[in-house]
Ligand binder design. Structure first.
Ligand code: GLN
Length: 509
């Protein structure tokens, strides 16, 4: 059973734990064994916490044996992106500047995972401070895509996506500022959800851009994402942007969707998020998925969101502006790395310069410089101010589109996973990966990526579903319906076809 445990979805594992056929210690050990076997190839994890995970598992098993009423996911192990702070467990955000830092507190979402009894397997690799689309900007080496070890797993949350795709963890936490949950989901064949802004507490997330950041689930099925989203979501008084309202029923929405009836649902295809720049196989799978939704009773309408064409430009002014301010706290005095100047006086300013010079990577420096420039007195209105106006126009585009459609859809990413190094020297080419995911962050609306097949190159493709703010349940309904329909066509979930691929077979040995 041990090797099979890692192939179960979180819901299946939860059922096995509940009926006593598996213990949490067995399940946790099976995933730790899998990590030990394959993570040398993948580098999904920056830190593995064997002892803590097994201790939590043993505690949950004891509570279950004592007849306690447990959360449905109690005992199901999880991996957490290293941008989320974990008490007593190293947290680096993929940066040298935080090497060796042990947070003294837990993020709210981590508190909720712990309270529900989910053993935390460890912390996953990521682009430094979540800046990137390939995980090549991590200070701790690349994570490789389990579908092809020569290719990127997406970013910034490549570690969480690769861990879930390679059966190292049934569940993971990601964060999405411009697409870092959804784009890695698309290129690894996993499900990724960016909740409504304010839907999941940001308390304890190391901020990149506070008005855009959201944490969310990384899973292999839509139903698993719903379970995890309901657990980590909901109001938190420690995050002033947290929504103080009950969340819609996500597990129930996924259950209804899986039943396969979408009649009465209007699905809007965003004209600006397709066509030129999208790989042929990505577009082909997208069209087929639209047909699937139509065959389930959905009405497909075309909508236009004209300002989406400027989303990337606005994002790459707003995000670096906020990042430059958020990253000012890494000054060599408070957290992690401290570097004293090689010669000359040791003043606060010179320690700060030496620490930041040594501790930050090139992409982080690039964005800090861009951000401080955009916010500087002479340019504030021209750059930051204009970007904020575009942001408003994009929000209005969403408002108008949602009067004509209940959900909006597009391919999640324009291409499948690219090879290492392909876009590393060309920041603009790298930024273009998020052309379809960024509008949701600028407007605060929720987005989901569901695997919808393989492109001509044999690599996974994702289907993006967007819903109005606070209507996350709609994505779960549509995502679960599409997933069920596709699995019927394929005869199995997409990821169970991965072992046919050479690298997955090698990994499985
Ligand atoms: N790839 C985008 C960026 O580099 C988004 C990153 C993210 O969502 N964290 O900013």
């Amino acid at each position: 059973m041990t090797s099979d445990i890692t192939r179960l979805s979180a819901a299946e594992l939860a059922a096995a734990l509940a009926d006593g056929s598996v213990t949490s210690v067995e399940a946790t050990q099976a995933h730790l064994d899998r990590i030990a076997a394959v993570d040398g190839d993948l580098n999904s994890f920056l830190h593995v916490s064997d002892a803590d995970a097994l201790a939590t598992a043993a505690e949950v098993d004891a509570r279950r044996a004592a007849g306690e009423d447990l959360h449905v996911l109690a005992g199901v192990p999880i991996a957490v992106k290293d941008v989320v702070v974990t008490k007593g467990m190293p947290t680096t955000a993929g940066s040298k500047i935080l090497e060796g830092w042990i947070p003294p507190y837990d993020a709210t979402l981590v508190e909720r995972l712990k309270a529900a009894g989910l053993p935390i397997l460890g912390k996953t690799n990521m682009d430094e401070f979540a800046m990137g689309s390939s995980t090549e900007h991590s200070a701790y080496g690349n994570t490789r895509n389990p579908w092809d070890l020569e290719r990127i797993p997406g970013g910034s949350g490549g570690g969480s996506a690769a861990a879930v795709a390679a059966f190292e963890a049934p569940l993971a936490i990601g964060t999405d500022t411009g697409g870092s949950i959804r784009q890695p989901g698309a290129v690894t064949g996993t499900v990724g959800v960016k909740p409504t802004y304010g839907g999941v507490s940001r308390y304890g997330l190391i901020a990149m851009a506070s008005s855009l950041d959201q944490a969310g689930p990384v899973t292999r099925t839509v139903a698993d994402a719903a379970l995890l989203h309901e657990l980590i979501g909901g109001h938190d008084p420690r995050d002033s942007t947290s929504i103080d309202e009950p969340m819609p029923g996500l597990v129930e929405a996924a259950r209804q969707g899986a039943a396969g009836d979408l009649s009465g649902l209007r699905v809007g295809v965003v004209k600006e998020l397709s066509g030129e720049g999208y790989q042929a196989g990505v577009s082909a799978r997208f069209e087929e998925s639209l047909e699937q939704l139509r065959s389930l009773g959905a009405e497909i309408v075309e909508v236009s969101c004209p300002h989406f064409t400027y989303a990337l430009d606005a994002y790459y002014l707003i995000m670096p502006s906020e990042a430059s301010s958020n990253l000012a706290k890494f000054d060599g005095m408070r957290f992690g790395l401290r570097v004293e100047p090689a010669d000359g006086p040791v003043t606060a300013e010179r320690v700060m310069a030496a620490t930041r010079g040594a501790g930050f990577g090139d992409e982080v420096k690039r964005r800090i410089i861009l951000g401080t420039y955009a916010l500087s007195a002479g340019y504030y209105d021209a750059y930051y101010g204009s970007a904020q106006k575009i942001r408003t126009l994009i929000q209005r585009d969403f408002d108008a589109a949602f009067t004509r459609a209940d959900v909006l859809v597009s391919p999640t990413a324009p291409t499948t996973a690219f090879k290492f190094g392909e876009k590393l020297d060309d920041p603009l080419a790298m930024y273009l990966n998020d052309v379809a995911t960024i509008p949701a962050n600028l407007a605060g609306v929720p987005g989901m990526s569901v695997p919808n097949g393989l492109s001509d190159d044999g690599l996974p493709v994702g289907f993006q579903i967007l819903a109005p703010a606070k209507a996350d349940d709609r994505m779960y309904r549509v995502g679960a319906a599409l997933e069920a329909a596709l699995e019927k066509t394929w005869g199995a979930p997409l990821l169970t076809r991965a072992p046919e691929l050479k690298t997955m077979t090698e990994l499985s040995r």
